[in-house]
Design a protein around this ligand. Structure first.
Ligand code: SF4
Ligand code: SF4
Length: 101
């Protein structure tokens, strides 16, 4: 699986209105509180998005679509990352790029 950085992907995700993903510093607080135990959301997923690693976002689409958008993780985030809004945005990106909808 390719890990090639893709600036077109970075630009597309930015254009969709991504907010504050770069503020995540991988502390892990959000992992323990997630009812779905989504242990790489958002720590790795947002990193893939920031680097434009399209293939990894597609590889993890099941996890991205498993999120309940409950926002519990945001309550424990010391960086106030708008996690659920960014997940919603990544779903839109995947739907558009992968499923053409
Ligand atoms: S919004 Fe998603 S990632 Fe955050 S706690 Fe809820 S299910 Fe987990
Ligand atoms: S709690 Fe916030 S800063 Fe910590 S890993 Fe989760 S999103 Fe990143």
């Amino acid at each position: 699986m390719s890990l090639r950085i893709n600036f077109d992907v970075i630009n597309k995700i930015e254009a969709l209105g991504s907010q504050g993903m770069e503020k995540c510093y991988n502390c892990g607080n959000c992992v323990g509180i997630c009812p779905m135990e989504l242990n790489i959301l958002p720590r790795k997923i947002f990193r893939y998005a920031l680097l434009g690693v399209h293939d990894k976002l597609i590889e993890e689409k099941e996890m991205i679509f498993s999120c309940l958008l409950c926002k519990r993780c945001e309550e424990s985030c010391p960086s106030d990352v708008p996690i659920s809004e960014n997940i919603r945005l990544l779903r839109y990106y995947i739907n558009r790029e992968e499923f053409k909808i």
